[in-house]
Design a protein around this ligand. Structure first.
Ligand code: IMP
Length: 192
C-alpha cells in the first residue's frame, strides 16, 4: 500500500519510515511530486493534522496522512504545545526555540512535560485519528547532535540520555511519533 505523508521534514519522514512494515510504501510530498507548503493555522494538533491530510487528499485522492506534534511543558501550562515550531517567533530555528524554552524554565524545578503527536489518516476517503505520547523532562543544557527540534533538551522517562544522544532505533522505543505510527499500522493491519 502507498501512503503519502503531508510533510517534507526529512528527519520526520526517516523516523516514520523506520517504524513501517515493508508492505507500506511511504512517500514524502516531494517524492509524491507535490510542491506545497501546508500552513498550521489552528490551535489544536488535531485540527492541524486534519488540515494537512485533507489538503493532500483533495489534491491527489490518494491514501495519505498528516501529523502534528507539540511539546507540552506542565510548568508552562502546556506551552509551547501546538506552537512548538514557531516558539521563538522572530527566528523560528530549532536553536532559538530551545534557548527560549530554557530561559522560561531557568528558575523552574518542575521540568516535566511530554511530546504529543496526533495523526489524521485518510484511507479510502475516511478519516481516522491516532495519538502518541512520550513523557519526559527538559534538561538544563542541550546535549547530543542527533535528531531535530527539541531533541537536545528532552530526556524521555525511563532513559538516561536525551533524544539527541540516541540513534533512531533507540528514539523509536520511546517516541511519541513511533507510538502514534504504531497505532496507525495496527489499524491498517486490522481493517484494510
Ligand atoms: P510539527 O509541526 O509536527 O512539524 O512539529 C512542531 C515542532 O515540534 C517541530 O518544529 C519541532 O521543533 C518539534 N518536534 C516535533 N517532533 C519532534 C521530535 O520528535 N523531537 C524534537 N522536537 C520535535
Amino acid at each position: 500500500m502507498k501512503l503519502i505523508i503531508a510533510s517534507n521534514n526529512q528527519h520526520k519522514v526517516e523516523e516514520i519510515r523506520s517504524v513501517l512494515p515493508a508492505t507500506l510504501k511511504l512517500l514524502s510530498l516531494k517524492e509524491a511530486g507535490i510542491e506545497i507548503e501546508i500552513p498550521e493555522p489552528y490551535d489544536t494538533l488535531q485540527e492541524n493534522a486534519a488540515e494537512k491530510a485533507r489538503t493532500i487528499y483533495a489534491l491527489t485522492g490518494e491514501n495519505c496522512f498528516g501529523e502534528d506534534t507539540g511539546l507540552e511543558i506542565y510548568a508552562l501550562q502546556n506551552e509551547p504545545g501546538v506552537k512548538s515550531a514557531r516558539y521563538a517567533q522572530n527566528e523560528p530555528e530549532f536553536r532559538n526555540n530551545i534557548e527560549k524554552l530554557l530561559f522560561k524554565l531557568k528558575d523552574e524545578t518542575n521540568r516535566s512535560g511530554r511530546f504529543r503527536t496526533v495523526i489524521c489518516l485518510i484511507v479510502e476517503g475516511k478519516e481516522h485519528f491516532f495519538e502518541g505520547i512520550c513523557e519526559g523532562m527538559i534538561l538544563y543544557q542541550p546535549k547530543g547532535e542527533k535528531g531535530f527540534g527539541y531533541d537536545p533538551i528532552f530526556q524521555p522517562d525511563g532513559a538516561s540520555i536525551c533524544f539527541a544522544e540516541m540513534d533512531m532505533e533507540e528514539k523509536n522505543l520511546y517516541s511519541h511519533r513511533a507510538r502514534a505510527m504504531g497505532a496507525l499500522v495496527t489499524f491498517l493491519k486490522q481493517n484494510i
